[in-house]
Design a protein around this ligand. Structure first.
Ligand code: ARG
Length: 412
């Protein structure tokens, strides 16, 4: 039934294997609500422009509203015989309201339709990720405040370097996620333009009002060039890039905490409700949540490379290759969302062993740089002071004592 929409010039039925290979309904069904909202705005515009009558537009909009609820309530099976969500919804509409349903696609192609749906989906996803990031940042801010005065060892090369504050550690991650929010904001202003009215690639000879549809759907304007409107997927690539950077940040946080949870570090204790055990070793308590976040970052980076490679070398304008943009995008959004949803309560559940952290920050010659700088303030040239403190550190290591003990003995 699906290919009846374009079947006029075909003499043979589509081979069922091609039908199945070609279909995207199994994954683009998540676009249904956006497809319907877009179609309703399109139908209203058609009526405003006199291309269909007002009662026809009302009938279409009402029919689509009902279909939306029906899909939401699982009334419709997503038929394997339907090529994609756009045809699926249109066919349901025609089945529901009859002939008038056939007017909905006036002045429209699935090419501008799918570009519109994806932008609506992405915009929504951006709002969701934004709010999850804000939640995480609130928790990080709280932890930064709570631990503003708790000393911990700071590391470079994962070797003890200088003492820092636990609060500063959280504030560093807060700074990263704030940049991520800025990135999403930049992306949103660039992507929030409507492609509808671009048709298959060359617009339409019908008197469409592209601007009205754009404004009705909350866009900042239209994508002027119709070739660009149907073939641009930069907004997906940029989203996947921003998501990859967020996942990279999350994976670094996860790694710091995984290390801190080891018996060797002991800086944090995982809450029983956020840790997992071993089926074999009764002693184990594992940071699975953190490891999964670290692992899922690889998957999100992969999607970025996937969509870039799909788009590479595509001639203008729409090509069916672009149907492969969806799973990259959807899985990126879902993966990022679950990671952000779990990391915030995870952080809130962790017990920070600040006594041990402070003890470690005070031992191990982390004060060497501070001593060096005090010598510099007393007028010792930096290089000489560096060398002198280095000798003291070596002596302290040899005698297995603190730097202070070496220095005090020297001055005696
Ligand atoms: N399912 C298609 C996609 O996701 C919709 C656009 C189809 N356009 C076409 N000319 N075959 O890309």
């Amino acid at each position: 039934m699906a290919h009846k929409t374009w079947g006029g010039r075909f003499k043979k039925e589509l081979d069922p294997r091609v039908m199945q290979f070609n279909a995207s309904l199994a994954f683009d069904k998540v676009l249904y609500a956006h497809d319907i909202v877009g179609s309703q705005a399109h139908a209203k515009m058609l009526a405003r422009q006199g291309l269909i009558s007002e009662p026809e537009a009302d009938l279409i909009c009402k029919g689509l509203e009902e279909i939306s609820h029906e899909i939401e309530n699982g009334v419709h099976e997503f038929e394997a015989s339907c090529e994609d969500i756009h045809m699926f919804v249109e066919q349901l509409l025609i089945a529901k309201i009859g002939e008038v349903g056939k007017k909905l696609h006036t002045g429209r192609s699935r090419n501008d339709q799918v570009a519109l749906d994806l932008r609506l989906y992405s915009r929504n996803a951006g709002v969701q990720i934004n709010s999850l990031l804000q939640n995480l940042n609130q928790t990080l801010e709280e932890l930064a405040r709570l631990h503003a005065d708790d000393k911990i060892p700071g590391y470079t090369h994962l070797q003890q370097a200088q003492p820092i504050y636990l609060g500063q550690f959280f504030a560093a991650y807060l700074a990263m996620f704030q940049r991520d929010l800025e990135r999403l904001h930049d992306w949103q202003t660039r992507m929030n333009r409507s492609p509808l009215g671009a048709g298959a690639l060359a617009g339409s000879a019908l008197p469409l009002d592209r601007m009205w549809v754009a404004e009705t759907l909350g866009f900042n304007g239209v994508i002027e060039n119709t070739l660009d409107a149907v073939s641009d997927r930069d907004f997906i690539i940029e989203f996947c890039a921003a998501a990859s950077i967020i996942m990279m940040h999350l994976s670094r946080l996860a790694e710091d905490l995984i290390l801190w949870a080891t018996q060797e570090f002991g800086f944090i204790t995982l809450d029983d409700s956020f840790a997992t055990g071993s089926s074999l070793m009764p002693n184990k308590k594992n940071p699975d949540v953190l490891e999964l976040i670290r692992g899922k970052s690889g998957r999100v980076f992969g999607h970025l490379m996937g969509i870039l490679t799909v788009m590479k070398g595509l001639p203008l304008a729409y090509n069916k290759d672009m149907q492969e943009d969806k799973e990259c995008l959807f899985d990126t959004v879902n993966t990022l969302a679950v990671c952000l949803e779990i990391i915030t309560p995870f952080l809130e559940s962790v017990q920070f062993n600040t006594k041990l952290m402070e003890q470690k920050a005070k031992s191990g010659y982390l004060n060497a740089t501070a001593i060096l700088e005090s010598l510099v303030l007393q007028g010792v040239p930096f290089r000489d002071a560096h060398h002198q403190v280095g000798l003291w550190v070596q002596a302290a290591i040899d005698k297995n004592c603190s730097l202070e003990e070496i220095i005090n003995n020297k001055s005696l």
